[in-house]
Every structure is written in C-alpha cells, then in structure tokens.
Design a protein around this ligand. Structure first.
Ligand SMILES: Cc1ncc(COP(=O)(O)O)c(C=O)c1O
Length: 384
C-alpha cells in the first residue's frame, strides 16, 4: 500500500539521513556523560555538545553560553515565560502576548494569570499580523515581558519581529520570540532584532524530536530567569538533567544543513506553494488563511466554504497527510483558535487545511495532492 503524500512539515519533519549519521556514534561509541569531566568518554561527548552549541549560537548571532538545551520548544517557552515571570515578579506582573500563539505560549501565560499575573492577548488583523501601535500602547510600567512568535505554526505568518524588538528595547521590556517554525527558514539575529529570549526546536528542521533550546541574553541587557527544573545544575543551573548528546549533535547538524540550504530551499518551496495556491484559488469559496507573502515559504493554509471540515479531512486522508487546525493539538475538535482569530466563522475555521511542504516534497507530489484536494472539494459539494 502506498503511503499518503506527506504534507505536514509544520507538525514535524523526518530526520535527514545526514543528521542521523552525525547522531549515531553518540549512542554507542561516544556515549559518555558530557558532565563527566574526569575521563575521555565525558570529554568526547562534551566536544560534540560544544560544537552543536556553537553552531546553534552562530545561527542566531548569539554566543554559545547563551544557549540552554531543553526538550523542545514547549519547554523553552515555559522556561522563558515562567522563568522571567518568577525572576521579575517584584518589578511587575504584566505580560503581553498574541491570540494566535502556539498553546505552548498561551498555556504558560494562562497559568501565570491563574497565579495573579495579568496577560494582554493582542488581536491580529485578517492577515494574522499584530498592530505595532497597539503593541506599543499596551506596554505599561509593570510589563515585564512581550512574547510574540516569529512564524505561526498554522498559517505560517511572519510577525515583524525586528520592529517588535525595537519597540521592546525602547520601552525597556524583555522580548521573547517562539522561533520553532522560523529557525533555518528565515534569517534570525538576536542582536539586530533586539531579541532577549528565543525558543528553538530541532524536529521542524529535519532534526530529532525531543530536543530544543532557549536562547537567553547575557548582556545588554542581561536577562535573569528562574529555573523550572532543578537538579544536577547542568546548563548553568538553568535546566538540570543529563544532556542528551545524540539529540544535541543532531540538532546542531540540522541547523548547519538548514542554514546552508535556507535560500535555495526557500525559493523552491515558495514556487511550489504559489503554484498550489494558484490552482486551488481557481475554485470558488476557497480562502487563503494568513498574509499572502509575509509567511513561511512552505506553508499553505486554506479554508473551504460549503464542505464539512471532518468530511474534508477524511476525504483527503488516503492520498495526503495534512492537518486541520494545529497538528500539535490535533486531538482537539475545537475549531482552530488561530483561524478564528483571523475573523473566520467556526465553520470555515473547521473546514481548514494546512499543507506544509518541506525538503523532501517534490513538485509531482504537490500537483498530485492539489488535484486530489480539488476533486475532494467538488465531490463533497455535490453530495452535501
Ligand atoms: C510555534 C511552535 N511553538 C512550539 C512548538 C512546540 O515545539 P516542541 O514540539 O519542540 O515542543 C511548536 C510545534 O510543535 C510550534 O510550531
């Protein structure tokens, strides 16, 4: 049986064979604990970790000691938001974020709200972008953190993080960005963009699952965070737990490859996506979700009028693997909070499909998938 065409790269990506090759020796030969400072096994593992840390730091123009390895972007977001809240609560208890953030940002914010913090959830316009004036006006004397994602996981929209960074720096408020979807897809520079904390993950860029990092600025200004996992004191005491060298070296390699191929891949994916949209937009009642250009090159998200959302996904399933709403919360039957935030009705939010194209997606696959989407929509409309 042929497997469906994989078009869910915003949910996760396969590990690149070059990444796997880099990881393998760290399971067996170089199995040491990087914290073991008294023998060669520890040194070898630490050397791999050091190299990956340097690679990841370089990718965002940070220094290696500003990278804290975590289990992924969920943990990095939790560490950033709760860590800053705990470290600075005596200076203020107001946080600003956006309605379209990933749950890994929204839920820690809601948790803090339950503890007495105040959170402003900024709205977005119909393209999914925040209003910078509203952001600036929302910053108060007791605001300690602004958290705005770089690229949205559902609709691919790129928020203007450079401008957001400038506003936050002027107002002397820390700026955190969830860059899980943006890493190695667009240039990220913590200095030029005035970013103070940044969440990263490996599995969206052909690295392994279960590994990510939080960038925490050390100077100009220094950001303090309270650790959320205490124990052996790894990662400068900010995130205890034995480091996992195979995952870490895989993350480093994935970043290296992603950066080297970022421009050519970006162009290729954009062409594929634009061609897919050109075809799909011929159908009546198919709406693009998110800004037409200010979005990730491999992301296409559409809402389809006149069809039932569940029937649509079931119709697509045998041929293509796509997701409806957020794959990270795909068990949810609630219409996507992101599509709803664009002003779409519940019905249109339900009948939305996200296609995420990536490194291994071919033009033939996209053509085949789009023609199946069109046939499915037409036949559902006839039968409903
Ligand atoms: C924007 C965004 N933030 C956070 C996450 C969670 O990342 P992780 O799976 O590494 O915990 C994801 C994806 O799942 C994401 O797309």
């Amino acid at each position: 049986m042929q497997r469906p065409i994989y078009l869910d790269c915003n949910a996760t990506t396969p590990v690149d064979s070059r990444v796997l090759e880099t990881m393998l020796p760290y399971f067996t030969e170089h199995f040491g604990n990087p914290s073991s400072v008294s023998h060669a096994y520890g040194w070898e593992a630490e050397a791999g970790v050091k190299q990956a840390r340097e690679m990841i730091a370089k990718a965002i123009n940070a220094s290696p000691e500003e990278i804290i390895f975590t289990s992924g972007a969920t943990e990095a977001n939790n560490l950033a938001i709760k860590g800053v809240a705990e470290a600075y609560f005596s200076q203020g208890q107001h946080i600003i974020t956006v309605a379209t953030e990933h749950r890994a940002v929204l839920d820690p914010c809601l948790y803090l709200e339950s503890l007495g913090f105040e959170v402003t959830f900024l709205a977005v316009d119909e393209d999914g972008l925040i209003d910078l004036d509203v952001l600036a006006d929302s910053i108060r004397s007791d605001t300690i953190l602004v958290s705005v994602m770089a690229a949205n996981n559902e609709i691919g929209v790129l928020q203007p993080i450079q401008e957001i960074g400038r506003i936050c720096r002027e107002k002397e408020v820390f700026f955190h960005t969830d860059a899980a979807q943006a890493l190695a897809k667009m240039p990220l520079d913590v200095e030029a963009m005035n970013i103070d904390l940044m969440s990263l993950t490996a599995h969206k860029i052909y690295g392994p699952k279960g590994i990510g990092a939080l960038y925490v600025r050390r100077r100009h200004p220094r950001v303090r965070i309270a650790s959320q996992i205490q124990g052996g004191g790894q990662e400068r005491d900010l995130r205890s737990g034995t480091l996992y060298p195979p995952q870490i070296v895989g993350f480093g390699k994935a970043v290296e490859l992603g950066l080297a191929e970022m421009d050519t891949e970006g162009e290729r994916l954009q062409k594929l996506r634009d061609r897919a949209w050109e075809e799909l937009s011929q159908l009546e009642g198919v709406y693009l979700n998110g800004h037409p250009n200010q979005r990730l090159s491999g992301n296409l998200n559409v809402s389809v009028a006149g069809v039932d959302g569940t029937a649509l996904i079931l119709g697509l399933q045998p041929v293509m693997a796509v997701s409806s709403g957020s794959a990270c919360a795909s068990q949810s039957t609630q219409p996507s909070h992101v599509i709803k935030a664009l002003g779409r009705s519940d019905k249109l939010a339900h009948a939305s499909i996200r296609m995420g194209m990536g490194r291994f997606t071919t033009a033939e696959e996209v053509d085949q998938a789009i023609s199946h989407v069109i046939t499915t929509i037409e036949s559902l409309r006839k039968s409903q």
